[in-house]
Design a protein around this ligand. Sequence first.
Ligand code: ACO
Length: 309
Amino acid sequence: EPEGLLKAFQKRIDNEEKIEPRDWMPEAYRKTLIRQMSQHAHSEIVGQLPEGNWITRAPTLKRKMILLAKVQDEAGHGLYIYSATETLGITREEMTRQLLSGEAKYSSIFNYPTPSWADMGAIGWLVDGAAIMNQVPLCRASYGPYARSMIRICKEESFHQRQGYDIMTTLARGSNAQKKMAQDALNRFWWPALMMFGPSDKDSKHSVQSMQWKIKRFSNDDLRQKFVDVTVPQAEHLGLTIPDEDLKWNEERGHYDFGEIDWDEFINVIKGNGPCNKERLRARQKAHDEGEWVRKAAEVYQQNQRDAA
Ligand code: ACO
């Protein structure tokens, strides 16, 4: 790629100009965005599964309506981001193929099981909380369609986070058995939520370039630290204990110190060997197969419209 074009491109980024689909961009920039955005879209879609597990069993009608709406929001997020990714020249079909073949990643967090109702609280509070921490800066990503899709997504995520915290509050103020459920969900989701931010900065192979391109605005470790700092007081308010003996306020740094993440577990989950990876892909494959008639019908309809025109 010509040096002059690359320089002019970086200058636009440095000036905080948005890059739009028809603008010239380095192939590596396009590739990185397709990778990150498609992985993000897949995460939203697969992310429906752990919570979908509880729609028929939510404890009250109100909780059921809220959960149903939230899971539908996730589907919508997936669709906005798939559409935004298509502007980079990849088709939805190809992205779906990559997901179902296991070629494309999706967030590690969605490979953990949800055996208890309290997990709906922990997911909203911690998983959506972590998602917001990561996604608010993406509203300022240099690629216009990605940044714009994030604005609405973040608003909806913040509703999701609050509904999760509301479930946790109800349980934490409830009977001993309910408190125990809430604590157990926190114990299981805490470390996987910290893993959502990705490998530590020294092991993050894409961060330096993505930050130079202003796709990412903060490093994985910086966002993880921010998340810990805001979440610890929330756990205290609930009267729950974060399962980390090394967690301690560090006056000098002005941040919480926390224990080492089990990176072997993280690597194992992203390699496809987490507790639910196979089940998740099987569920997506089944949905894809069962949706074939819808895709066919849409194609025929489109053809008829074209013929009529
Ligand atoms: N789960 C699965 N894979 C991950 C995770 C994770 N939690 N974190 C990092 N990875 C993968 C990266 O995709 C990359 O793999 P690849 O090269 O095969 O694509 C590899 O691990 C190395 O990581 P990094 O170099 O740090 O990758 P990157 O710069 O893309 O940073 C991050 C990872 C922070 C997840 C980034 O891609 C991002 O911000 N994505 C958008 C947000 C998103 O996807 N959120 C989904 C969960 S939130 C939700 O859906 C509710």
